[in-house]
Design a binder for this molecule. Sequence first.
Ligand SMILES: [Zn+2]
Length: 141
Amino acid sequence: MNCPECGAPDTLCQTRFDEFLVLEFTNAGYGVVHHLTVAAYMVQHSSKMTPEGWLFERNLLREFLIENKPPAYIRKQNKDVVDSGKRNFKIKSKTGLPVINKTTWQKTILDVRAENAEVYCEDITAWAMSVLEESEKISEV
Ligand SMILES: [Zn+2]
């Protein structure tokens, strides 16, 4: 069965995501794009999130890719908001239902090559950029 959310064959996206996280945590060359891997994956798998959480992740992609804000800066900004109790929404879904109805995407995590850190970072960025472009066309959330 294909993934009902990103369309990856045999729902291999989850396995691949878990493998990539291990790679990123154990190898700094891969770890530099960790923020993109997580945000792109979450945007494609909206059942893991509340509508507010989904919009938040999509906006993160924009901040990373278009506004070129460094991950550390965004982490600090978000941490301050959470610490001060200003973020008044939950990110993680309680219902497990997708918040968007898009099920086919130009690229999935399966398009990312992982032979070496250079191609890995290149492909994660290309995948994240394509996820951002397609997700920004979605207006009903
Ligand atoms: Zn998937």
